[in-house]
Design a protein around this ligand. Sequence first.
Ligand SMILES: [Zn+2]
Ligand SMILES: [Zn+2]
Length: 256
Amino acid sequence: MSEMIFLGTGALDWNLAMKNEGFFRRNSSCLIDKKLLIDPGAHIFSFIEDFNVPDLFDELTDIIVTHFHSDHINKESVLRLAENRKLRVGCDKRTMEHIGEHPNITYTLFKPYIEYNVGDMIVTPLLANHDIVADGENFAFNYYIETKDGKSIFYGLDSAWILRPTWEYLKKKKFDAFVFDCTVGDKDDWRLFEHNTIPMIRKMVEEINAKELMKDGGKLIASHMARTLHKSHEDTAEILEKINMITAFDGMKVLL
Ligand SMILES: [Zn+2]
Ligand SMILES: [Zn+2]
């Protein structure tokens, strides 16, 4: 069995000052099997305090970073995590240079479509349709992750339409969890050039279902919802339920 904990499910437009104003999302982040943290953003320690889970990172060994945007990588968060543990960090070059050298951190510079052993998991960075930098060193990644227990996870934040080479990779796999960027919601907005709208997700899910890519009981999940582009969480959940998709919320635990 594997476990995903969603520490944050929001886009950049959420901030901690809004925490007491009703429904709240932190910047997107996800912890897998307590050992692998995807995107150490600025809000991860707020999660620990608010959910009263001081030992959440006790087993953490690895961090992987999707891309160099401030809602996904926060240098102070990484340095705080590295204070009392050894950490391996997989990321692109600009993220590595931003965090800098640290006696407790070792880096793996990720290249797309190469499998890496990350702790007891296998992680393949895939090109995201987001903040493309065509210099061969700096990337935005989606991730394909195989856990120790053989569970298959796609984590597609941040991204618009799945890029063709990424789809070619994904369509050969079967998934226990498939996490879509759902930044834009049900309206059109210029951000659809680097994030998904719900209509875009509907089309991609049709193709996933046509190719039977989800395992029995496999979970389609939406995350990275923008505060300003969505209806209420309940309304979004109702809309996405029609395509059998779970709308993530902070603190959501998914067992695979
Ligand atoms: Zn983002
Ligand atoms: Zn981004």
